[in-house]
Design a protein around this ligand. Structure first.
Ligand SMILES: *Cc1c(COP(=O)(O)O)cnc(C)c1O
Length: 389
């Protein structure tokens, strides 16, 4: 089976992890700050906080922004559930904004319309999570402008987008947001096995997230509410968690970062090959906004169902049967049973549902060879022909 995504581990990565295993620190040592500095330096952020997953990063980002009971978090329905769940963790309510049919990202026009309505009803969001789907950045300038007008804070869920750029600047510099989050899960662009990171330019947000990732405990006197009893002293000043990244993970991350540019370049090469070799088929290939340089985490095609005599499911199954590990990113979050119980109905977000009925993620990862890619293309061609019965 050719998977849709796969990690790329070389000898340097293995050596880096082994070195940590033989060192003094398996956790809370020098590798985590080294990894943080490397990522922050690369993308141009002031602070980077490494944690054990992007899900954890989203949680502490929401908490640091003061999201709580009675507040609203809005995001795109076409994302991984974690982009929305972080609001629920904080006791806030979650709502969605439909997608732009060209980029599949949260649509700024739909956002503007929904904000106008929400203002009248007194239920404006406190936080909007902008997800850069497949690696393509959202229209951040437009979202930021709406944030200024309506007073919401912005988290970029850039789990798909390390190495991607918006208006020629790396995603992660949080130029148009309060906090940006990366994921280092093995299917993502750079991996630490499990892992995530929250980046910000705001000192206070960084301090708060630093506390929250490690029990709300500090040894920094300036953060303590009273004088320490002695040199052994630490103080719990907030209710935090253990969301720390290990030294082994950070060492892997440091080593992987050396190949980030090469990873993203190879992904773009593969995307261009797909674009060329899939022309003329009854599908749409990903449209790229001229302002964006995608991280190219996913390559999603949409079937033109009126032009073929097969169902979406038939094409998907036919690809799987031929050993192509296609996937679907994502089942719209508002259709998940847990969200349905909150009263959402599928057709609340028609663009998201239209996408869901046609989308298929083709294999896209730096280790995919041209020969494997040709196999994917041949399998797709044969899957598109044939009849429904
Ligand atoms: C993978 C992913 C996450 C969660 O990342 P983890 O590191 O697995 O917690 C969140 N949001 C999006 C868009 C993702 O793709």
């Amino acid at each position: 089976m050719i998977p849709y995504g796969r990690q790329d581990i070389n000898q340097a990565d293995i050596d880096a992890v082994l070195e940590v295993l033989q060192s003094d620190f398996l956790t809370q040592g020098p590798k985590v700050p080294e990894f943080e500095a490397k990522v922050a330096g690369h993308v141009g952020a002031k602070h980077a906080l490494a944690v054990n997953s992007a899900t954890s990063a989203l949680h502490i980002a929401c908490l640091a922004l003061g999201l709580g009971e009675g507040d609203w978090l809005w995001t795109s329905p076409v994302t991984f559930v974690a982009s929305a769940n972080c609001g629920l963790y904080c006791g806030a309510k979650v709502d969605f904004v439909d997608i732009d049919p060209r980029t599949y990202n949260l649509c700024p026009k739909a956002l503007a319309t929904k904000l106008e309505q929400a203002e009248k009803e007194g239920r404006l969001p406190k936080v909007v999570v902008a997800v850069h789907l497949c690696g393509q950045p959202c229209d951040m300038a437009a979202i930021h402008e709406l944030g200024q007008r309506y007073g919401f804070r912005i988290i970029e869920d850039a789990s798909h987008t390390i190495g991607g750029k918006y208006k020629d600047e790396f995603i992660g510099n949080s130029h148009y947001s309060d906090i940006t989050v990366f994921s280092f899960h093995p299917v993502k662009i750079v991996t630490t096995a499990e892992g995530g990171m929250a980046l910000t330019n705001d000192d206070a947000l960084a301090t708060r997230m630093d506390l929250l990732r490690s029990h709300g405990i500090t040894r920094d006197q300036s953060l303590m509410t009273h004088e320490p009893d002695g040199p052994w002293y630490y103080q719990q000043v907030d209710l935090g968690f253990n969301y720390r990244m290990t030294e082994l993970q950070a060492a892997l991350g440091v080593s992987q970062m050396d190949r980030l540019d090469a990873f993203v370049a190879r992904r773009h090469e593969l995307a261009q090959r797909y674009d060329q070799l899939l022309t003329g088929l009854p599908i749409s290939t990903p449209w790229q906004h001229p302002d964006s340089y995608s991280g190219m985490h996913l390559y999603v095609i949409r079937l033109q169902l009126d032009k073929i005599d097969r169902t979406h499911r038939q094409v998907f199954e036919c690809l799987r049967e031929q050993g192509i590990g296609v996937n679907l990113h994502y089942i719209p979050v508002h259709t998940q049973p847990y969200y349905q119980a909150m009263g959402f109905s599928a057709e609340d977000f028609p663009e998201a549902m239209g996408y869901y009925r046609e989308a298929i993620s083709l294999p896209m990862f730096q280790g995919l060879t041209n020969v494997q890619q040709d196999k994917v293309i041949e399998a797709l061609k044969s899957s598109l022909t044939g009849s429904k019965t």
